[in-house]
Ligand binder design. Structure first.
Ligand code: C5P
Length: 323
């Protein structure tokens, strides 16, 4: 096999608690990750010299700052030293700096796909360790679905999957720096203050009781700071709540907000009311079996199911000149 083409799915945080700032500067988290069908496409193949990234659609860096290139280099260095290099092609559909984990997902997908292409030199545990070196969110994307993240968000416990549901993702036209959002919390280093985790989340994590994503009592500790700092995100949240969105919440450090709708969605009206340049995607949550089964794009072009195929998965961009 000379190349492997994969779907690299986005995530949302259904719940995110900041427990405190650790002595190493990172923040200790308790977070509920959920995969969604929105995805980039990542193709890997072995190459004669070095690790290069080519962006075929959308925007992302093509140099060594791209996390997928770093993932390939790390895998080669540690587990495939006799390989000369890898070529990575990216089709980017997940917005950047959006709290949807696009870069982390691409890195995890690259690790997994290259390892498979090279005949599996690294075990699943070794891939997780490499993933954690690349970024706090990266290990989650090795398995996807509904999962509980602790530590920096890099210690992952897969949970029973929540029911798959339609979910709307709205990304206002601002790029948020995760590092700045955490820094603005201004927490003292080395002080951890466990919070009250909502009981529905505790039940899901400890007992595995089924719950629906739109019925979880949950919060995101980064949301108040982000809404206070970015008026466009605040405005978008008001529009979604006003349109009847349920569980409207920030994903990660933003800028993306997600919402469940139990009423018909008038996309035209949403588009007119959201900040100009906002991106609206109707997607759905993805269980772990769906995530794992649809990871490889079937080269025969047919039978493997594309979770975002069809009209509903298409991104709908608000024209920059909309009022
Ligand atoms: O791990 P990643 O590179 O995605 O994180 C980006 C930045 O966000 C980190 O450099 C750090 O400043 C902040 N962060 C944090 N605590 C976490 C995750 C991220 O402080 N658990």
């Amino acid at each position: 096999m000379s190349a492997l083409r994969c779907r690299s799915f986005a995530k949302i945080n259904l719940h995110l608690e900041v427990v405190g700032r650790r002595a190493d500067g990172y923040h200790e988290l308790r977070t509920l990750f959920q995969s969604v069908a929105l995805h980039d496409v990542v193709e890997v193949e072995s190459a004669a010299d070095g690790c290069a990234v080519e962006v075929m659609e959308g925007e992302a860096p093509e140099d060594a700052s791209n996390l997928a290139a770093r993932a390939a280099a790390l895998l080669l260095e540690r587990f495939a030293p006799r390989r000369d290099g890898a070529r990575i092609r990216l089709w980017k559909r997940i917005p950047l700096g959006a709290g949807l984990g696009g870069g982390s997902s691409n890195a995890a997908t690259t690790l997994w796909a290259l390892n498979r292409l090279f005949g599996g030199p690294a075990t699943a545990a070794e891939l997780s360790e490499l993933a954690a070196e690349l970024g706090a969110d990266v290990p989650y994307f090795l398995s996807g679905g509904t999962a509980w993240g602790t530590g920096r968000g890099d210690r992952i416990e897969p949970l029973p999957d929540l029911e798959e549901q339609e979910i709307w993702l709205v990304t206002p036209p601002v790029e948020v720096s995760t590092a700045e959002v955490f820094a603005r919390l201004g927490l003292p280093a080395g002080v951890l203050t466990p919070r009250d985790t909502p009981s529905s989340i505790v039940r899901l994590v400890e007992v595995g009781t089924e719950a629906r994503a739109d019925r979880l009592q949950a919060y995101n500790d980064l949301e108040a700071g982000v809404l206070g700092h970015y008026p466009e995100i605040r405005e978008a949240r008001e529009v979604l709540v006003d349109a009847g969105g349920a569980s409207v919440r920030l994903s990660g450090s933003g800028a993306t907000l997600y919402a469940f709708f139990h009423v018909p969605v008038d996309v035209g009206a949403l588009r007119r009311r959201l900040p100009a340049g906002s991106r609206i995607v109707c997607s759905r949550t993805l269980s772990r079996p769906s995530y794992l089964a649809s990871r490889i794009v079937d080269p025969s072009g047919g039978r493997s199911r594309d979770p975002v195929a069809g009209r509903r998965g298409k991104p709908l961009r608000v024209p920059p000149d909309a009022t």
